[in-house]
Write a protein that binds this ligand. Structure first.
Ligand code: SF4
Length: 468
């Protein structure tokens, strides 16, 4: 998904920028990058963070240690090398963004046919931030250029551009990724995640609206473009991707997860001895479940080190498998002979749950295991923020393939939780996972727990429907 930070301070911004960027580490494991403007001279530093975390990379970097300036941008990127420093027709800018462009190949071909050259390639693909910059450069002013980019991309991009005028902060046209402005005694920060500035003394000033563009500098915050009417905030931020201390549109993630866990319990009738959250994101659901049902929360699987990356992010299956195998260790005395309800966020691929975590619980003597994911079955890969990758990887699609002997196109009957087909799919999933029962959270319940209007949330990965 990536997370971005822009900052303007009265003194040197480097330390605040460093910490605020690091607080987005849950949103990407590919690259960490920082650009700082020192008297209008832009400098940048980028490191790979797939094996060594952002903080460790930057604290020992002599170039970074010598960087200084009162304004800067930072990014934790899940895919592209960024920030980029580019000379556009309106001046020189450091640019970074969060999101994903689904029609990047088509747009790249069109621009190349028009004579545009791309220089930042990785794995045979253009750098999406460079593509964004080239689309912005097609108009004769920056705001018009950003609007042009939004009108041409199929996907979602929230963006920061650092130049002589200050920082242009543009939230994605449909607001799928968040962008929030906060202030501290005249210093200003704009971030993807509100958890990034809480320990730095900033206070929330404004959640940017969908498509809204601000120009932020030492003297002012100027609205360069009003927000659009339609908001489609990524609902998966609440379910899994977002950090629990963060707020989206003013709603806290941890509180959401606890409340969603209560709803799961309210609709459940299973007789268990304990409830446990699997992975960090499952814990709050377990607490909510426990508060509602009176069933105790216990911890049958313990994560050995917080240093392991989130297991759905690393690109290779081998790395994900290794992490799943090594990260969680059983507390056998808590498991033996127990009937266990497991709350977990979403069963994206289901491979680690099935091959490692459940096997460990059975091996440690669990009597029954009941899985309670906090959202409906993921059926469609995200094409807006890159949270999931391909249809074949999704657990529900793989189970449907087993049932039909091939990948099926029409999954509509399996989306209706009252249908015969849906019930058959759940039976096949229970068998595949080797659990006593599986019950997904219903879409209406998941959405209602956010406290936001249903129509303001993107639900594409569950419904396959999008607003255009
Ligand atoms: S498709 Fe899913 S992950 Fe992607 S933006 Fe929409 S809700 Fe978020």
């Amino acid at each position: 998904m990536s997370g971005i930070v822009g900052i303007i301070t009265k003194k040197d911004c480097k330390e605040d920028l460093f910490y605020a960027t690091d607080y987005h580490s849950h949103l990407g494991t590919a690259y960490g990058g920082i650009a700082i403007s020192d008297n209008d001279i832009l400098q940048k530093k980028i490191h790979t963070i797939s094996k060594v975390q952002f903080k460790s990379r930057f604290v020992e970097d002599i170039d970074f240690i010598h960087m200084k300036g009162k304004s800067g941008i930072g990014v934790i990127s899940d895919r592209d090398i960024q920030p980029l420093i580019m000379r556009l027709r309106f001046g020189e800018y450091a640019i970074c963004g969060a999101g994903y462009i689904d029609n990047q190949d088509e747009l790249t071909r069109e621009l190349i046919d028009e004579g545009v050259v791309f220089s930042e390639m990785a794995n045979g693909k253009v750098n999406q931030i460079e593509l964004v910059a080239k689309l912005i450069n097609q108009r004769d002013n920056l705001v018009g250029g950003i609007e042009n980019m939004y009108s041409r991309i199929d996907g979602s991009v929230s963006l920061l551009l650092l130049g002589k005028e200050g920082i242009f902060a543009a939230r994605d046209k449909y607001g799928r990724t968040p962008l929030v402005l906060a202030e501290r005694n005249g210093d200003k920060i704009v971030v993807s995640e509100t958890c990034a500035y809480k320990n730095l003394g900033f206070k929330t000033k404004k959640f940017l609206g969908p498509g809204e563009i601000l120009l932020i500098n030492e003297d002012k915050v100027e609205q360069k473009k009003k927000k659009e009417d339609i908001l489609q905030l990524c609902a998966f931020l609440f379910v899994y991707t977002g950090f629990p201390a963060s707020e989206y549109e003013g709603k806290n993630v941890e509180e959401y997860r606890e409340y969603a866990g209560r709803i799961i319990a309210k609709k459940d009738n299973v007789d268990v001895d304990l409830v446990a959250g699997i992975a960090d994101s499952g814990t709050a659901y377990a607490h909510g479940y426990s508060h509602e049902s009176g069933i105790p929360v216990r911890i049958p699987l313990l994560k050995y080190t917080p240093g392991w990356a989130r297991s759905y992010v690393p690109p290779s299956q081998e790395t994900r498998d290794l992490i799943a195998l090594m990260k969680q260790i059983t507390a056998d005395a808590i498991i033996k002979g127990q009937k266990i309800a497991i709350t977990e966020d979403s069963i994206v691929r289901g491979t680690q749950l099935k091959n490692y975590l459940l096997v460990k619980l059975w091996d440690a003597g669990a009597k029954e295991i009941h899985i309670r994911p906090a959202c409906p079955a993921l059926m469609f890969p995200c094409k807006f923020v890159f949270s999931t990758r391909a249809i074949e990887e999704l657990f529900a699609r793989r189970v449907l393939k087993k049932m039909h002997g091939r990948h099926i196109q029409d999954v509509e009957p399996y989306l209706d939780t009252d249908s015969k087909q849906y019930k058959e799919m759940i039976k096949a999933m229970e068998k595949d996972l080797n659990v006593n029962s599986l019950r997904y959270q219903r879409l209406e319940d998941m959405l209602s727990a956010t406290g936001l209007p249903r129509e303001s949330l993107c639900t594409y990965c569950w419904t396959g429907k999008e607003i255009k």
